[in-house]
Design a binder for this molecule. Structure first.
Ligand SMILES: Cc1cc2nc3c(=O)[nH]c(=O)nc-3n(C[C@H](O)[C@H](O)[C@H](O)COP(=O)(O)O)c2cc1C
Length: 197
């Protein structure tokens, strides 16, 4: 029998875990950020492209560079979070395929010759890795709060000036303040979202 995740594990990663809007003053170590990355990087991506790139902002100085790009409603919680991750993707991810997909040396050239395929692949797989990141963070004992309310162009100009990496979404990390969690919103039932053929 294959093992299955026990109830406490399901609660931790998805069932009772909640998006956080406020943060306790509990630091997050760089070692823990490395542990999260070492777990999330194992999630699958097409042709093992691994396009996600992450910038961890863990000081007031680093956060200050991000604040002008945020929607007003995201400013206070981002200031309060011990860490804010910029989840981006490398538009030239295929340059690393000789390392990541060494048995198919032609794969790099496929993407280099097809900009549309490269763009879709980078965004699709970078987004998947962003989801793995949030689940991995929870599995490592952190709370998360995703944010897409920000100006991507401003973030890209500030943090990725050479244009190679593009921001996707932001994710606050730390230990959430339960008092600031919003009421749970409904989800679609199986029959509303799924089809069995
Ligand atoms: C990619 C992403 C972007 C989000 N953007 C924002 C945002 O800009 N501002 C905000 O207050 N909440 C944002 N949220 C939070 C969502 O509204 C929240 O995760 C959703 O309502 C589910 O809440 P729950 O995890 O507590 O069930 C975002 C979440 C994700 C995953």
């Amino acid at each position: 029998m294959r093992p299955v995740l026990h109830d406490a594990g399901k609660d931790l990663i998805l069932r009772t875990a909640r998006t956080q809007n406020g943060w306790l003053d509990v630091p997050v170590s760089d070692d823990l950020l490395r542990e999260v990355y070492d777990l999330m990087r194992l999630g699958p991506t097409s042709a093992n492209t691994c396009p996600a790139r992450i910038v961890f902002l863990r000081t007031p100085e680093a956060k200050a560079r991000l604040l002008p790009a945020l929607s007003p409603g995201n400013v206070d919680k981002t200031k309060a979070a011990p860490v804010t991750a910029i989840i981006g993707y490398d538009a030239r991810f295929y340059d690393l395929l000789p390392k990541l997909f060494p048995h198919r040396p032609d794969m790099k050239d496929n993407f280099a010759a097809n900009a549309r395929l490269a763009d879709i692949t980078a965004f699709r797989n970078g987004t998947l890795q962003g989801a793995y990141f949030m689940i991995a963070a929870r599995a490592c004992g952190l709370d998360v709060g995703g944010m897409s309310g920000f100006d991507n162009a401003k973030v890209d100009a500030e943090f990725f000036p050479d244009g190679r990496v593009k921001s996707n979404f932001l994710c606050n990390l730390g230990h959430g303040d339960p008092a600031k969690v919003l009421p749970k919103l409904p989800r679609l039932d199986f029959d509303e979202a799924c089809t069995l053929l």
